[in-house]
Design a protein around this ligand. Structure first.
Ligand SMILES: [Zn+2]
Length: 540
């Protein structure tokens, strides 16, 4: 599609008013429009409608549209070529990249990967219908509102894939590891399903790691070095750090067993090592006092990293009832911290979080928008699954009649029927799955709403185990060093805090506000203002 000429009556004065047509003056912009296969027949979603909306905005705001990127998704073709081209253009132009005009968040971000890709470009994006401008200079409030949508979208995508994982339970029962092949294995397709096969290039190297560790002469760090020297790399070619090596040594899959969804299964995939070797290695790993304990049973395990060695902070029970957290690696430089103390430090860390009054309305509207977008997606997926269900049911019935009338033989009928029955079961399962995903997304919306309003209150009123779920939404990273907890807020909650977070804020020092760009301008007091959410105001 050729670049369209836009009216330039509203262009800002840049002194360049003589030249015509060829070189557009004003701020350069590109427009991106997308319509999904599901939306194509629906009114108001069409490409021309989006183009008209964006062109009017450009004209009203002095943008010259230099290129248009249009994606029309079809049911068969899933890749978005125009979006890819848009990314390529932005990358090429670098600092001189034009502004991106798009109708709504969901036009641009079909999934989280899109968000990350565009976010890394650091280009200015105008979400025209939502009235949001995302740029380096954007106000925190705009970043926050935008971040809420991204958070909700990410959560939804995660929930979808999590539900799919549950469907993998069946595969586990049959002894096949349902996940991505760990290093040393490859995922191969066999008879329409994905199975594990040994990786001819890496399997031996993985076995050597076990053998070397079993000798007791090598530390995990030594093994990481060995991996590096022997050319053992990750799937994407990256170096394997100590944490990855440690995880590999802990993975019973290599010895013919695996864990999935909190359960243990006997594997039918090829083993790389004997069970005896695996057990010896576990004993050696356990022999170190700091690796004992089943970490997933503790509220905050895996949520915090050690500030000295970057290892995970895990927990164990002392005197049969007290839960203590400590560094899981050998570093031993961090003292034990009780669960109560850790919970208190988390609470103190989230205390500076505050939702300014003037953003409340926009925040709520944004959450409701997200909810609606998710519901639209859930509904469309459900309709599609229902259609598949009905289709295979018809096929089964028709084939049954064909068989009765002797038009097809038993063998053909049976093979077809089992294939269709599988499809029917899958479609039925997906419908149930979508119902759960929808409910989960509503939960998240409520959590996000409450967290933004009164994170501290919410946190201290919960048991540690329930605190974890809130903290997972709220924080991207927590580091324990010298007995102090330093947290990094996840987007978009990072926009709601003072520049300094963590225990340092407790002693009254507000920190130097010039280090970070995103400080609320409207902020006056350092106390958390309690804004109790009205149930009627909750999204959904
Ligand atoms: Zn450590």
């Amino acid at each position: 599609m050729p670049p369209s000429k836009t009216r330039r009556s509203a262009r800002p004065g840049r002194g360049n008013h003589a030249k015509e047509a060829e070189v557009p003056t004003g701020k350069q912009a590109v427009l991106y429009a997308r319509v999904s296969s599901r939306e194509q027949e629906r009114e108001g979603f069409s490409i021309p409608a989006q183009q008209a909306c964006l062109k009017k905005y450009a004209s009203d705001n002095g943008f010259a549209i230099v290129q248009e990127f249009i994606d029309v998704e079809t049911a068969k073709k899933t890749g978005r070529t125009a979006f890819t081209q848009l990314l390529a253009l932005l990358k090429k132009k670098g600092a001189k990249a034009p502004v991106v005009l798009v109708e709504k968040t969901d036009r641009l971000y079909r999934n989280l990967k899109d968000w990350v890709a565009l976010d890394e470009m650091r280009v200015d994006v105008h979400f025209v219908k939502e009235g949001i401008v995302v740029s380096e200079e954007s106000r925190s409030s705009e970043k926050f509102i935008h971040g809420i949508k991204v958070l909700m979208a990410k959560n939804y995508v995660d929930n979808l894939s999590e539900e799919v994982k549950k469907g993998m339970h069946q595969k586990c029962e049959e002894g096949h590891y349902p996940g991505m092949a760990p290093i040393g294995y490859l995922n191969v397709r066999e008879g329409g399903r994905s199975l594990l096969a040994t990786d001819p290039e890496r399997a031996l190297l993985v076995r050597n790691l076990f053998d070397l560790y079993d000798r007791g002469e090598h530390s995990i760090d030594d093994l990481a070095e060995y991996a590096q020297q022997s050319g053992l790399r990750g799937k994407k070619g990256g170096l394997l750090g100590s944490a990855v090596i440690h995880n590999a040594l802990r993975n019973p899959l290599y010895a013919g067993q695996f864990h999935w969804g909190g359960k243990s299964y006997v594997g039918n995939d090829p083993a790389l090592i004997t069970w005896a070797l695996f057990e010896r290695v576990q004993a050696r790993l356990d022999g170190h006092p700091y690796t004992r304990g089943r970490s997933h049973d503790f509220a905050f395990a895996g949520l915090v990293t050690c500030g000295h060695c970057k290892g995970a902070v895990t927990a164990e029970i002392k005197k049969e009832k007290y839960v203590y957290y400590h560094c899981s690696t050998r570093c031993q430089r961090e003292a034990f911290v009780s669960e109560a103390k850790l919970a208190a430090m988390f609470a103190a860390a989230v205390r500076p979080l505050k939702l300014p009054e003037d953003v409340r309305e926009a925040f709520l509207a944004s959450l409701k928008d997200s909810r609606r977008d998710i519901e639209v997606d859930v509904r469309a997926r459900t309709v599609a699954a229902q259609a598949r269900l009905e289709r295979v049911t018809r096929l089964i019935n028709a084939a049954y009649e064909d068989k009765l009338e002797g038009r097809i033989d038993d063998a053909f009928f049976n093979s077809k029927r089992s294939e269709w029955e599988t499809q029917r079961a899958e479609a039925a399962e997906e419908i149930q799955r979508l119902t759960r995903v929808s409910a989960k997304s509503l939960d998240t919306a409520i959590y996000v709403f409450e967290l933004a309003n009164r994170a501290y209150d919410l946190l201290i009123s919960r048991e540690p185990r329930d605190q974890r779920r809130l903290l997972e939404i709220l924080l991207s990273n927590s580091v324990l060093a010298e007995g102090k907890l330093t947290v990094t807020f996840a987007s978009p909650f990072d926009q709601l805090t003072e520049p300094t977070t963590g225990p340092e804020t407790e002693n009254g020092d507000p920190g130097s506000p010039d280090r970070r760009h995103s400080v609320w301008s409207g902020r006056q007091d350092s106390n958390l203002r309690l804004l109790g959410p009205k149930p009627s105001a909750l999204p959904g």
